[in-house]
Design a protein around this ligand. Sequence first.
Ligand code: XMP
Length: 505
Amino acid sequence: MIIVVDFGSQTTHLISRRVADFGIQVKIIEPDVALEVITAVKPAGIIFSGGPASVYERHAPTVSKTIYTLGIPILGICYGQQLTAHLLGGKVKPGKTKEFGPAALVIDGNTRLFSSLSTRSRVWMSHGDVVASPPLGFSFVGNTETVAAAAMTHEKRRIYCVQFHPEVEHTEHGALIFKNFLDICGLSAKQQSVDIEAMIKTIKKTVGSKKAIAAVSGGLDSTVSATLVARAIGKQLIPVHIENGLMRKGTTQTVVSYFRNKLGINPIVLSKEKEFLKVLKGKTDPEEKRKAIGKLYIELFEKELKNHTHVEFLVQGTIYSDVIESKGTRYAANIKSHHNIGGLPKRMKLILVEPIRELYTDQVRSLAKRLRIPRQFISQQPHPGPGYAIRIIGEVTKERLVRVCLADAIIVEEVNMTGWYEKLLHSFAVATGIQSTAVKGDGRGLGEVIAVRAVVSRDRMTADWAKLPDSLLQKISSRIVNEVPGVSRVVYDITTKPPATMEWE
Ligand code: XMP
């Protein structure tokens, strides 16, 4: 087993995932209990995660120095490296600049950790502090343009530290670094891939001859989950698609055609746009809107459930980051609670089937490809559960819903045509609720301001506004003001996250 000590990095779970990918058991623990757990469990290796703190801060999380004397190989990542330097007598200081993003790692020393790595490769940095001088017996073995101590090791004591994040996919040889570390720990690391047949077998065994119901929104996670269940139990699966009018144009047709033609199951479609508009009437507070949508969704689903007998299971597309995000960890800076529609009430008394609960987004995507799920599902940008309702600031009316829907379709069409769609995490329209003047024909008139938001993101937690070409922005703007009724002007949102969120509400 490998023990990961969590100092609050947003990517601690990714570290455990990288280890688990090699078929090795892994456990995440908190620093306060580290020595106790490590002495009891006697793991083959220890990994210290990154974290938002600085080692010199009061109350910065730390561990007992004894851990370094146990003879167990250690890999320190980012804060893990700084803490190691700090505890063993090296010096840590604030970096000249806070570095966030890609950097070129140059390996300039001999270490088993970098065995088979090319001398120059891309790594992903995210830090404020750096190690200024190493502890006795350690040497620097890698640098980047701005950081002399991109890696430091004590080969004899088998302590390896890196300033960058090998766990994120943007580090070119991250998996190889983990494999090397596991080799050092004496573990035989073999890359595992998701075993589809085993998943199907488990579902079959769980559901038996009963029925399972699934809410299928058209999103990738619910589609993959329902597909696995359909492969296991065929028509014992009842897919239900609630058309709330708040999803992208064409979603319902895509869902129906996939389930009918590819899986041979006719999904139940509940066309309920009017009902959703009715519960949204007069509501301007985003939380109230979210709640109203969630409540109606559950009511409709429960009502539908009554039309069926022998349904004992509910299929949900929960993925591992949903589980992590809603739980959070003690030292994590700020992880928000997960806000998918989910949470179907306990009174339904259904047993949850969550076939992809252990998987990350990239695993879900590759699983989807292996399941031959059409590209539309795999390459689509995520759409929030409450859909357009949180992209219409203030009250959602039919008129404004049509407006945002049309503007959104134009954006998607244009970014698609110019090859930008798949580079963006999101690209969408916001009906801002602001009225501004415009000259149309002979007269001046008021119309709503539409904001365009397009973001790129490496980790889905932070984002930068996309530097779309002028010509593309111009085309989007002209088309929206000319083709969408009631729009007076178009503005482009140039705010990063943080501080702004992706959505406006
Ligand atoms: P924010 O706006 O919080 O968005 O930066 C982060 C990601 O979450 C999505 N999002 C939601 N998804 N229900 C959802 O299912 C919601 O209420 C909701 N609000 C935001 C957002 O689209 C982005 O991908």
